[in-house]
Design a protein around this ligand. Structure first.
Ligand SMILES: [Zn+2]
Length: 113
């Protein structure tokens, strides 16, 4: 399950930040995951419980924000949101695989105390 590895990375960033802030607890972690990242939010929550055990992030609240896929059309120079199987530009019907957003998994905010 690759969610565990991803979560370990996110937690490492969070713990690093917390120690710089001299925080004693991590209260809340917000992660943004792209629709194309292949990450299952439920699996991510499970991984979170596993990797935070025994750390200052144990019992922290995990917020998962999903972000939609966005493609860029080189013909119209615009971004559009493709449907699940259709990456055609709605304006000029050009096929685009220039994905500008949707594969990310990033830590967007952190609350420590
Ligand atoms: Zn277009």
């Amino acid at each position: 399950m690759h969610e565990v590895g991803l979560m370990e990375n996110a937690l490492a960033i969070a713990l690093n930040y917390a120690s710089r802030e001299r925080a004693s607890r991590i209260e809340q972690i917000t992660l943004r995951i792209g629709d194309l990242s292949g990450v299952e939010p439920d699996a991510l929550r499970f991984a979170f419980d596993v990797v935070t055990q025994g750390t200052i992030a144990e019992r922290a609240k995990l917020i998962v924000e999903s972000c939609p896929t966005l493609c860029f059309c080189h013909v119209c120079q615009t971004q559009f949101q493709p449907t699940q199987w259709d990456y055609e530009c709605p304006t000029c019907q050009t096929w685009s695989m220039a994905i500008v957003q949707g594969k990310e998994l990033e830590l967007t905010s952190l609350e420590v105390s």
